[in-house]
Ligand binder design. Sequence first.
Ligand SMILES: Cc1ncc(COP(=O)(O)O)c(C=O)c1O
Length: 343
Amino acid sequence: MKKIKGFASDNYSGAHPLIIEAIQKANSGHASAYGTDEYTARAIKKFKEHFGKDVDVYFVYNGTGANVLGLKAVTESFNSIICAETAHLNVDECGAPERFTGCKLLTVPTNDGKISVEKLKRHVYGFGDQHHAQPKVMSITQPTELGTLYTLKEVEDLGDYAHENGMLLHVDGARLSNAAASFNKSLKAITFDLGVDVLSFGGTKNGMMFGEAVIFRNKELSNKFAFIRKQGMQLASKMRFISAQFEELLSNDLWLKNAQHSNRMARILFDEIKKISEIKITQKVEANGVFAIVPKQYIPVLQKEYFFYVWNEQTSEVRWMCSFDTEEEDIHEFVALIKNVLS
Ligand SMILES: Cc1ncc(COP(=O)(O)O)c(C=O)c1O
């Protein structure tokens, strides 16, 4: 029986067959543990090819771990971290950033998932004042949690502003490959070339089984990270199985093909949905997600057949995510159901 693919999240999909094959290949013989193996060395080499030779890369199990530990490495507990109120850091990490970094999260209201220098600068003051949490990091998500993209100029402006104030720019790139695919730019061109200091780079949402990377602009920023990762319980002993996946993902453009595909599927979904007058698309579709307001009464009927999340109960806004394995047929079947239910 055909299994329905829903639109809940890009981590509802399985792993790409080439990733499974890479895990299978890594599953032979013994290998040195904790990242001192040949798979990890090769994967790190790939990261340097994509992000620049000076970066320092560490693998972790999940995206929350990547964000929290990456931030912990560059902060003290008396610092503040500025992010959008919609940031995964702020709403979907169960307070782990505050718990583990000790920092104060200062949020900025947003309608499209983005923050700007203009919006965040009210939080950038009080340097040297012992009563005030010291501003240290601006954290953005690219693409945002609302499927939108910061322009390259917007990222650069945020980086410049951070550095002018002795602060750092962190990027939650759980879906960074989707952003690079959208811009048709290299991973380096949309991050470190623009002034990013610390980056969480996602594998899981782009075809890996599990595994994310924390990438630092240079070794000066990462000098405590090995200890922080161990204390943070994100040091994989059988690291080779994360590394083998990353090596595969970053070879032969697999990362790009997967991301281009999921972006294209979201575009097709958008093109179909916009023809349905009862549904209002709420965000620009710039990566692999579509956000829309659907009349409330129809949502449970659709959810009986397809997984997806209600993003905002009050406004009846839903999120539909496409994945590397979403097929055009899946979209047409879903859209046909929507039309049927709404008719
Ligand atoms: C923007 C963003 N950052 C980080 C994560 C990492 O999450 P996890 O800890 O579930 O791997 C997610 C997952 O939903 C995400 O959407």
